[in-house]
Design a protein. Structure first.
Length: 85
C-alpha cells in the first residue's frame, strides 16, 4: 500500500543520486560482488565508503554547477532583469 509523502514525514523530492539509501544499496551490491570474489569489507569501512562516495558526488555536482554559472555569465548576450506584472 502506497503512502503519501506527508504521512511518511518526507518533504519534497530529490534526484535518486542524492539519496544515501540509493548509494548504500549500490555500494552494498558492490560489496556483495567483491565478497563473492573473495574479498571482505567490514561494516565500518562500508559506511565510510558510502559517506565518502556521497560527499564526492555532491562535490562534483557543486563544482559542475559553479562552472556552468561562470560559463553562462561569460556567454550571456543580454542582461537579466526582473519585470513586474
Amino acid at each position: 500500500m502506497r503512502q503519501d509523502t506527508e504521512t511518511q514525514g518526507l518533504e519534497g523530492t530529490k534526484p535518486f543520486w542524492m539519496s544515501k539509501t540509493m548509494w548504500g544499496a549500490g555500494l552494498g551490491v558492490a560489496g556483495m560482488i567483491v565478497g563473492v570474489a573473495g574479498y571482505q569489507i567490514d561494516p565500518a569501512t562500508q559506511q565510510i565508503l558510502i559517506d565518502q562516495s556521497y560527499a564526492a558526488v555532491v562535490a562534483v555536482f557543486a563544482l559542475g554547477s559553479t562552472v556552468l554559472t561562470i560559463v553562462g555569465r561569460f556567454k550571456a548576450s543580454k542582461a537579466v532583469t526582473a519585470k513586474k506584472g
